[in-house]
Design a protein around this ligand. Structure first.
Ligand SMILES: [Zn+2]
Length: 415
């Protein structure tokens, strides 16, 4: 269907940048980032802005039952498959300007470029902004609904419960009953491509402009409670105490040592550290903490899980404490499609950009899409970490990434 050679076609960098600047103003913080948690006023504004850009460009606007927002450029071919391009416009509280927003704007830019070049592709192109990627209600909320992995029975365990879910969806004129309708038929999807900042330092440190995500790590989490005995903090000798904080402290130290020593490609994080009772003059009877761990392959994720739980047991035993461990979640690592990896690699090389294969330590909507359609992810270098207002990326890298996304989308449609 593509008769002309479009291999030199580029996005419009001025429009891309002015859109980025306009979007960065929505929910802008004095620290230089954005505060756009899902369903906040700023998030609603950002989505309204996105919708306006879609309509103004003459693209079709579409919102599904999970309030995912899309711009669609239709193929003239009947029953054409849809190639999804996207990311998310929500941010973590007091987050950065690039995480998610870059991918949505690049997707929009690709559609606008293809549309104004009058290219008739055999695929529909859809630029999608997934609802609540950062997980205010549920991690990867919108993409889970779209792929059908968000099950009705999970809705009752959503953060804040069903009332909050109803309220959040009502902001977009939707209800929990609409959620199931967001599910797409996988056979109608040609694939999914997402451009994202790396949120790590490997590309920046190696001076390579394009990262190809080969896998996204698996993640597990537990709620762990060390149980001791409340006692008078003045009259109980140090030897007599069954101090829950001692078990928690020993555990936290041991987690770090274990992961560094035995699992160099994995990570673990301990949070909360809630002591009960919370009083200076009472020996803590209980310490509750959250444990999260991530690993790039399934057997290692399980092995790490067992090793971490064993550490908690021995830390509790050493301090004479009881222990409660409740699994909160376990998500398997996913591999992106080799076909999409190759497509991104070839495209980037044709444009003269070197590439680096990477495993993503962060979750993305791509993780939800990978099991149901060919999925690829393009990373560009970023600096100053992520999920913080300091998060940054060189604008030339953003443009390179968007051009690789454009060419990958065009070439995916040809193969
Ligand atoms: Zn993101």
């Amino acid at each position: 269907m593509m008769t002309k050679d479009y291999s030199r076609l580029k996005i419009n960098p001025q429009r891309f940048q002015s859109n980025f600047k306009a979007l960065s103003q929505i929910g802008a913080t004095t620290a230089g980032g954005v505060n756009r948690p899902a369903f906040s006023e700023a998030h609603l504004f950002a989505r309204a802005w996105f919708r306006e850009q879609i309509l103004r460009s003459g693209l079709e606007f579409y919102m599904d039952g999970a309030a995912n927002h899309s711009g669609v450029f239709r193929s003239s071919k009947a029953n054409a498959l849809t190639l999804l391009l996207g990311s998310h416009l929500d941010s973590v509280p007091h987050g950065g300007r690039f995480d998610g927003a870059l991918g949505v704007l690049a997707a929009l830019e690709v559609l606008q470029t293809v549309q104004e070049s009058h290219i008739d592709l055999p695929y529909n192109l859809e630029a999608i902004d997934f609802t609540d990627e950062e997980g205010l209600l549920h991690g990867d909320f919108g993409s889970s609904a779209l792929t059908g992995s968000l099950k009705t029975e999970e809705l009752s365990s959503i953060n804040g419960g069903t009332e909050r879910l109803s309220f959040c969806l009502s902001l977009f004129g939707k209800s929990p009953e609409d959620l199931l309708s967001a599910r797409r038929d996988p056979t109608a999807l040609a694939g999914y491509l997402e451009l994202h900042i790396e949120q790590g330092s490997r590309l920046k440190n190696s001076g390579i402009p394009i990262g190809i995500v080969t896998a996204i790590v698996g993640v597990g989490s537990y709620r762990i409670k060390f149980i001791g005995r409340a006692d008078h903090a003045g009259t109980t000798s140090m030897q007599e105490r069954r101090d829950a904080a001692q078990g928690a402290a020993a555990f936290i130290q041991a987690v770090r040592q274990l992961v560094i020593r035995d699992y160099p490609d994995s990570v673990a994080n301990v949070v909360w550290l809630k002591t009960y009772p919370e009083a200076l003059n009472i020996v803590p009877a209980e310490v509750e903490l959250g444990l999260e761990f991530r690993s790039p392959d399934s057997p290692k994720l399980r092995e790490l899980e067992r090793a971490l739980l064993a550490l908690a047991k021995s830390a509790a035993q050493q301090s004479g404490l009881g222990l409660e461990m409740i699994s909160m979640s376990l998500h398997e690592p996913i591999q992106t499609s080799e076909q999409m990896q190759e497509l991104i690699r070839t495209t980037a090389h044709q444009m003269g950009f070197s590439t680096l294969d990477l495993i993503s330590g962060a979750w993305h909507d791509a993780q939800m899409l990978a099991p149901i359609c060919p999925t690829g992810m393009i990373f560009i270098p970023s600096e100053n970490g992520s999920h913080s207002p300091l998060e940054n990326a060189d604008w030339n890298d953003c443009v390179r990434g968007a051009n690789v996304l454009l060419q990958a989308a065009l070439q995916a449609s040809l193969t």
